[in-house]
Design a protein around this ligand. Structure first.
Ligand code: PLP
Length: 350
């Protein structure tokens, strides 16, 4: 009952996005519109596991599969229950009580939570007009760590590689580049993990890999950093079902290729459709689009929800005023979305 029992740094926490989904079409979570990862599904349907065994402590088999995929080594990886766990591990490993972690605005809202939960302070630095990094502003003298998603969520754009490299070169502490949508951007900082002693790249199986429900994510860095993080991570945190499914998914790169191609094909038509209705979409390098709504953001998101489609409302936040975010769907899904948006607009104007 007593609020004072709660750790002081956590008292301002609010529960995370938890919509009443029902049977609505979900275009609010940036997951893969092709549906469940087929190789992972085949693994789950055919697996016979001894549930009485512990999984491998650090998910070595999955780390080996990832090492193969990127031509790196097992010890370059830390695997966890979603990249959210691995983000938490990074802050647990590197932030001291009260230290500043630099977070761009707007970006992923959970960073703030992970930083505060681990005793650090999230230090917000605004992105520029084009949602690109303000490099000088991010390199504050008392910043311990820096974190940024590229492509950025919720804006959708990638940051310039030269800016990220300048930050890596000038920063004295760890720099996390969260590539949750890296497969869609078609470029990555992963090849540079042995070049920079402070680079940590985050990746997830929740988006292009189409297995958010199994909660698998990983970091890629030099071995020195991975070792420190693996020492802090809760042993066995990734269950063996999820590990096996992720290994199967890594070996089916054809599905990833098809998923990325689908998004690249359908992005342009969705952008044009949105523009025609008076939306102002921002450039996207990922499988979602942020757009300023032609009508009130709550009327738009609420109206669509009433018609059975969920999108994500960012309209009350600074820098994304009156903006909503939608996943890029299949042609059918996008047509449905545009049609329902049209209805919401005409019903609101009346
Ligand atoms: C979706 C997303 C994640 C993924 O989190 P998981 O815990 O792996 O599901 C991480 N970072 C960003 C920016 C995301 O949008």
């Amino acid at each position: 009952m007593s609020m004072e029992w709660m750790r002081s740094t956590a008292r301002h926490f609010r529960k995370y996005y938890n919509p009443d989904v029902g049977d609505a079409v979900r275009m609010d979570t940036n997951t893969n519109v092709l549906g469940s990862n087929p190789a992972a599904m085949r693994f789950l349907e055919s697996s016979r596991m001894d549930l009485n065994d512990y999984p491998n402590t650090y998910s070595d088999n999955l780390r080996d599969a990832l090492a193969d995929l990127y031509s790196l080594e097992r010890d370059n990886f830390v695997v966890g229950a979603g990249s959210d766990e691995v983000l938490d591990v990074a802050f647990k490993t590197f932030t001291e009580w009260g230290e500043n972690v630099i977070v761009p605005v707007p970006s992923y809202t959970l960073y703030d939570y992970f930083v505060s939960m681990n005793g650090g302070k999230a230090y917000a630095v605004d992105l520029d007009e084009d949602f690109q990094l303000d490099v000088d502003a991010m390199l504050v003298p008392d910043g311990k760590m820096i974190i940024m998603p590229s492509p950025n969520n919720p804006t959708g754009n990638s940051f310039r590689e030269k800016d990220m490299i300048e930050i890596l070169e000038r920063s004295k502490g760890p720099v996390i580049i969260d590539e949750a949508y890296g497969e869609y951007a078609g470029r990555s900082m992963i090849p540079k993990v042995d070049e920079f002693k402070n680079l940590i790249v985050m990746r997830t199986f929740s988006k292009a890999y189409a297995m958010a429900g199994l909660r698998v994510g990983y970091s890629v860095s030099n071995k020195n950093i991975s070792d420190m993080m693996n020492c802090v991570k809760i042993p066995y945190s990734l269950n063996m079902m999820s590990e096996g499914a992720a290994i199967a998914a890594v070996k089916d790169q054809d599905f990833i290729k098809r998923s990325v191609e689908l998004v690249n094909k359908n992005r342009g038509p969705l952008v044009s459709g949105l523009k025609k209705m008076g939306f102002e979409p921002f450039p996207s390098d990922s499988n979602f689009i942020l757009a300023r709504s032609p009508i009130d953001h709550e009327a738009m998101a609420g109206g669509l929800k009433g018609k059975g489609i969920l999108i994500r409302d960012f309209g009350s936040k600074r820098r994304t005023e009156n903006c909503v975010r939608t996943t890029i769907g299949t042609k059918e899904l996008n047509d449905l979305l545009l049609r329902k948006m049209e209805e919401v607009i005409s019903e609101t104007e009346r």
